[in-house]
Design a binder for this molecule. Sequence first.
Ligand SMILES: [Zn+2]
Length: 202
Amino acid sequence: METDPVCHAFLTDANFYQLLTRIDESIAEEVRARGCRCGGVLHSARYPRKPRGLRSALDGSYARRLSFCCAQDGCRRRHTPASVRFLGRKVYLGVIVVLITALQHGLTERRRRRLIEALDVPAQTLWRWRCWWREQFVQSRCWRALAGQFVPPLATACLPGSLLERLRGTVLSERLVQLLVLLSPVTTATGSLRVGGNPQRM
Ligand SMILES: [Zn+2]
């Protein structure tokens, strides 16, 4: 009998994605409550998003990335909170980018291939993700802050798998959520480096 092509049951579980939405909402609420540095109040100014892969498990909250704009005339500064759902401007959900790139150094190649086929991720996109971890992520402020917390040091060539395997949690989905929380600073302008090329296509 054919098994579930996605392999990881949580990936098609709407509850898993709702949990990530609640985490994003709580991060965003902290940002909104702090207000703008000019003293202005923050108003909602969400970005439309169309995440690719597993759309059927996602509710309407995934059509928007939470963001705010200062209401003060003359300021209007944009404040985009960190996110555990959207990894920067990549069109695939953060959990997909993290899982597929992490599996490269963990579970069987066959399982990884099935996941890639089920999610229909082009080879070119996979290649860009690998480059992102190895070249851009390792230069981010987020990574520099994280790297010092692990002894022995994490193998940068095996990111994000080397990070995932150090996290505690009995099931993979728990460790993935922790990993997405740790990575979330990279999804804000202050935590990441400006990415060359066209990040929208990643
Ligand atoms: Zn302001």
